[in-house]
Ligand binder design. Structure first.
Ligand code: HEC
Length: 160
């Protein structure tokens, strides 16, 4: 490629990025109703509450802290999609949104596996948020609580 072409490609990319900013996804924080929260329905030790808030709260609560880069396309599209999907699966502040008590228990039982396998919080999130990395002590606390809801069944985590 000659320099003129390189310049054209770079210019086209810049123009594309500028126009991408026009597509701003909605960054919502739904109202918090304390009586609908996880804690209002299930016993959660304070230590675990603290960990879930610290490491999971941005995607599984209604009080997402939106970082500055969540306003910059195309990253903003990925982040809002993660938050919306995360909340759809589990919102610790809207536990009543769970499909059924069985589904809710299943999700709680699944937490240990997700955390131990490094699936949650997602790697990209852990890279940007040091405070979301769990120590082995954190994991043990989360796991012994999560496993008190049983072991996740084989079908858990699929298509749901
Ligand atoms: C960056 C956003 C983000 C963070 C932070 C995050 N999650 Fe998630 N979580 C998601 C998304 C997106 C999904 C749904 C897609 C998937 O299964 O990968 C999900 C799904 C889940 C599920 C359901 C899995 C299933 O298959 O039904 C569990 C359980 C879960 N997360 C637990 C946690 C826990 C516990 C933490 C904190 C230790 C956490 N997540 C932190 C985004 C996040």
């Amino acid at each position: 490629m000659n320099m003129v072409r390189v310049k054209r490609v770079v210019l086209a990319l810049i123009v594309l990025l500028v126009f991408a900013q026009l597509v701003q996804p909605k960054r919502t924080n739904p109202p918090v109703v304390p009586s609908r929260s996880l804690e209002a329905h299930v016993q959660v030790p304070p230590q675990v509450q603290f960990i879930l808030k610290r490491a999971c709260g941005d995607c599984h609560s209604s009080e997402t802290v939106w970082p500055w880069y969540s306003h910059v396309a195309p990253i903003s599209w990925l982040i809002t999609s993660d938050v919306n999907q995360g909340r759809n699966h589990i919102n610790f502040q809207d536990w009543e949104a769970q499909k059924s008590p069985e589904a809710a228990t299943e999700h709680l039982a699944l937490i240990c596996k997700e955390v131990r396998d490094g699936g949650m919080p997602p790697l990209s999130y852990r890279m940007m948020h040091k405070e979301s990395r769990l120590s082995s002590e954190d994991m043990n606390a989360v796991c012994s609580w999560s496993q008190s809801f049983g072991r996740p069944s084989e079908s858990a985590g699929q298509g749901n």
